[in-house]
Design a binder for this molecule. Sequence first.
Ligand SMILES: C[S@@+](CC[C@H](N)C(=O)[O-])C[C@H]1O[C@@H](n2cnc3c(N)ncnc32)[C@H](O)[C@@H]1O
Length: 190
Amino acid sequence: MIHLLLRQVKTLVRWLLWGGKVQSRSSLERLYRKVDPWGYRQNPDDQLRKDKILAALGDRQFKRALDLGCGEGWITQDLPAEEIVGVDISSQAIERARQTARGESYITCDLNKDDLPEGLFDLIVATGVLYSHYIVPRVLQKIMKKLVLGGYFLSCHIKDWEQFQIPLSKIHEEEFTYRGRTEHLVLYRK
Ligand SMILES: C[S@@+](CC[C@H](N)C(=O)[O-])C[C@H]1O[C@@H](n2cnc3c(N)ncnc32)[C@H](O)[C@@H]1O
């Protein structure tokens, strides 16, 4: 409990020291002028990251999945759910995700400012997005409210950059090398 509190305080202090700045929508839109700006589709480390994420979900089948900061939907479209919603701040990323969608829906949404999509989800995925250069700490509460009791939350982030403490029970945890860093994948249950 103390550990959890200290981690939250550390996140808040870092965020305040940095001036509470997060990357703006316009700066992310500039990045998305290029298709697949992080080169996920070509990088074997990203294929590995996606495979690990899907393997961690196992053979569970979800009713409604929400992918936060879904980008162009590269991971989103393979999530094992009847209904899948991806949200991202970049309208260009969302437009591209819609063009290659296999039934998922995509919504432009700034997690820091906008309401999350209607209703509750039994799977929420956050990969490469819960960093303090993107997200302000209070957003975590808003996200947690969207998860049904018994629902799953999957987080996959670069370990050194990870700053948010997820207030749920860990049911699976692993680390692997990703782009020369350590990637930390955790599956939580509410
Ligand atoms: C590093 S990429 C990760 C993309 C995808 N989740 C993946 O792992 O393949 C981070 C994504 O978060 C999105 N993002 C950053 N800040 C955001 C915010 N405030 N609200 C919604 N999306 C945001 C970016 O536009 C970008 O698509």
